[in-house]
Each structure stands twice: as structure tokens, then as C-alpha cells.
Design a protein around this ligand. Structure first.
Ligand SMILES: Cc1ncc(COP(=O)(O)O)c(C=O)c1O
Length: 371
């Protein structure tokens, strides 16, 4: 195996950059104090926490008080849904995106029967068809992802929120921003009641996340405890991790994300990105149609060359059968199996991407003969 790894599965998780790991190691020793204590060390820690909150809020375009730190995207999504639904104790109508990550589709599926779950109509490439939304019953809660983790399409969060709020100004919109933050210009967080972030998708350590909450919401923590994070998410604050999260967001937003071209570098056939001409996609996630080769076979052959690609969603890897997202895109089981997911981060080295693409095409041409 080659020594030089090209990592193309950032949608699964993005490794912590050495500079952030060094800062984290230092903070664990030098800033590992409880932010709730009253002596100087605790006050120093508290000041550092406030600094991170202000810095991150500024980058996200929200008020510092709106930002609640969590352990990751899954917790943020579960907490966000819990809070949004709690605003309507009698239950109500929930507009749902059929293509959300399991950390949203799971808790939505587990809501009690006082909630009427209505799937929002989709366009051919998976995004919500906003033109159809006014035909639905007015929503109380709306749940959607911003950037789809498996297919990379971008949901029109602003337009969906506008449509929902036009029908019910009290509606709570929950958007999962895990795959978009640090990579695309943000939607208008003033229209969302809750917006989730996952630190490890932008090179922060696993175990970091946040939820941007509309300040006027009635409080509804999922766990009870010492009142940290103004009671929304109790538990001793993981300051060194939060500082690393803040640094990762700073680093990530200092680069612009560019879509990779997937050129035909000669006249021969190459695997094609699955992209609808009218669709809007993240430059960081591309699904490639590698038929007739099975994605997993290609993945393992690429691994031999030190190139790491994804297939579908890492979070659904244990689930058998067709992914609900590929199903919503109209793929059958075979089409779904014959894909790989190429996912990058802003600022990733262009030369390594070119090398990986060249190797992928060569490998695919070799393997094609056996399928
Ligand atoms: C869109 C999306 N939401 C939520 C999550 C869950 O985040 P975490 O792994 O931090 O719990 C992921 C992770 O894959 C994701 O892609």
C-alpha cells in the first residue's frame, strides 16, 4: 500500500488537523477546569468558553446566547426535535424531509401519535419541492437536513422555512446543518428554531456539536442536571473540546469549497457524478455512478492504493438493503450498490484530488472487465 493516504470520506468524519490536536492536548492540561467554579482557574475557563461561544456565534451569524454546545450531530438533532415538539404540547402537524440522517428520521419515527407526519414532496434529485408546500396542512414543526449526507444535494432551507412560516408564523423549523457548516454559505438562521452542527465533520474532535436555538423557545432539556448551557444541555462543559471545535470552524471557514471537475482526461469513458442538471449540490459531496462495478469492490481496490472513498452513509453501514435516501432518489438496489461517495473538505490539496481521480478511473476500467 502507498504511504500517502488520500482521504475522500470527509462526510463520514474529518480527521483532526495536527494544529488542532496540539491545541487540544495543551488545553486538556492547561484549561481542564470546571467552567462552573468560582476560583481563578474556573473563571479563566469560563472566560475561554464565553470567547468560543462569541467567536462561533459570529461566524454562524447568530447571537452568542443562541448557541448551545452538545456532544455531536445526533444529540443536537434529538434535542432540537424534542425542543421544537415541546412548543406544541398537544401535538400537531410535522412536515418531514424523507431524506434526513437517521439521527432525525429515528426520533421523528418515534414521535407519539399526536403528531401527524407529512412527507414534503421531493424533486427528482431529492430536494424538497417548495412550490408544492402551500398545498400541505400548515405545519407546527418542520424537519429537514440542509446538505444531504449521502447524495450531497442542498435542501432549500430558507425557502422551506419561508413557506412554513407563511402558513404558520409560530412553526418551528429544525434544520440539520451537520454536512454544510464550514463548507457552504449558511442559510438564514433567524428563520430556523433549531439548527444542528456536528464538529467532527469539520475537523473538530468527535464528541463535539452544537445547536443554534431561537432564544424565545420554551425550555425543554432532554437530560436534567446542573443547569449548564443555561439549562438546555446540562453536564460539565467540555471546554478543551469546544475550543478545538471553535478552531476547526475558524480553519474551515478560511477556505472556500470548490467542486472537483471529474474531468475526462482522455476521450475514454469515466464514472459519472450523479447530478441532476437542475439540482443544487454541495461541492464537498459527490456520488459517482461506477456501474457495472460494485461500489464496495472499487472502494477496497482504491484502499490498496491508499485512497479512501465512502459508499453511501457510514452511519447506515450496518443497515442491510437499499438506503432510504437512494430509494427517494429513485435508485434500485443494484444502482445503489454501484456508487461511491467522494467527499472532501474546503482547502483539500488539488494535486491529491487529481491523483485520486486518475487512480479511480484506472481502477474502474480494470474492474469493469470482471462485471
Ligand atoms: C447530516 C448528518 N446529521 C447528523 C449526523 C450525526 O452526527 P454525529 O455523528 O456527530 O452524531 C451526521 C453524521 O454522519 C450527518 O451526516
Amino acid at each position: 500500500m502507498s504511504n500517502e493516504i488520500v482521504y475522500l470520506d470527509h462526510a463520514a468524519t474529518s480527521p483532526v488537523a495536527p494544529s488542532i490536536a496540539e491545541g487540544l492536548a495543551r488545553d486538556l492540561v492547561e484549561l481542564g477546569w470546571n467552567t462552573g467554579t468560582r476560583y481563578t482557574l474556573g473563571l479563566t475557563a469560563r472566560k475561554a468558553l464565553d470567547g468560543c461561544r462569541a467567536e462561533m456565534a459570529q461566524r454562524l451569524g447568530c447571537a452568542a446566547e443562541a448557541l448551545v454546545f452538545t456532544s455531536g450531530g445526533t444529540e443536537s438533532n434529538n434535542l432540537g426535535l424534542h425542543i421544537c415538539c415541546h412548543q406544541f404540547p398537544q401535538g400537531g402537524v410535522l412536515w418531514n424531509s424523507a431524506t434526513t440522517h437517521p439521527s432525525l428520521s429515528g426520533p421523528v419515527g418515534a414521535l407519539d401519535p399526536t403528531w401527524q407526519i407529512i412527507p414534503m414532496p421531493l424533486m427528482a434529485w431529492g430536494a424538497i419541492d417548495v412550490t408544492q408546500l402551500q398545498l400541505l396542512p400548515p405545519p407546527d414543526v418542520v424537519v429537514l437536513e440542509w446538505v444531504n449526507n449521502e447524495a450531497g444535494f442542498v435542501q432549500p432551507v430558507d425557502a422551506v422555512a419561508d413557506a412554513a412560516l407563511a402558513l404558520n408564523p409560530k412553526a418551528c423549523v429544525l434544520a440539520d446543518g451537520a454536512q454544510g457548516v464550514g463548507k457552504l454559505p449558511l442559510p438564514n438562521l433567524a428563520s430556523t428554531a433549531a439548527f444542528s452542527l456536528a464538529g467532527h465533520k469539520i475537523g473538530a474532535p468527535v464528541g463535539t456539536g452544537a445547536l443554534v436555538l431561537k432564544p424565545s423557545l420554551k425550555q425543554a432539556p432532554l437530560t436534567l442536571g446542573g443547569g449548564q448551557e443555561r439549562g438546555w444541555r446540562p453536564g460539565t462543559v467540555a471546554l478543551p473540546l469546544i475550543r478545538a471545535f471553535c478552531s476547526a470552524l475558524q480553519q474551515m471557514t478560511s477556505h472556500e469549497a470548490h467542486a472537483f471537475a471529474f474531468d475526462h482526461f482522455d476521450d475514454d469513458e469515466v464514472p459519472l457524478p450523479i447530478r441532476h442538471p437542475d439540482g443544487l449540490y454541495s461541492p464537498c459531496i459527490t456520488v459517482l455512478n461506477v456501474a457495472p462495478v460494485e461500489g464496495e469492490v472499487l472502494q477496497h481496490h482504491m484502499e490498496e492504493k491508499g485512497i479512501y472513498l465512502g459508499t453511501g452513509s457510514a452511519c447506515s453501514a450496518s443497515r442491510k438493503g437499499l438506503s432510504p435516501i437512494h430509494k427517494a432518489l429513485g435508485m434500485d438496489a443494484r444502482q445503489s450498490r454501484c456508487t461511491v461517495r467522494w467527499s472532501t473538505i474546503p482547502g483539500q490539496d488539488r494535486d491529491e484530488l487529481e491523483r485520486a481521480w486518475r487512480e479511480l478511473v484506472l481502477c474502474w476500467r480494470e474492474l469493469k472487465r470482471f462485471f
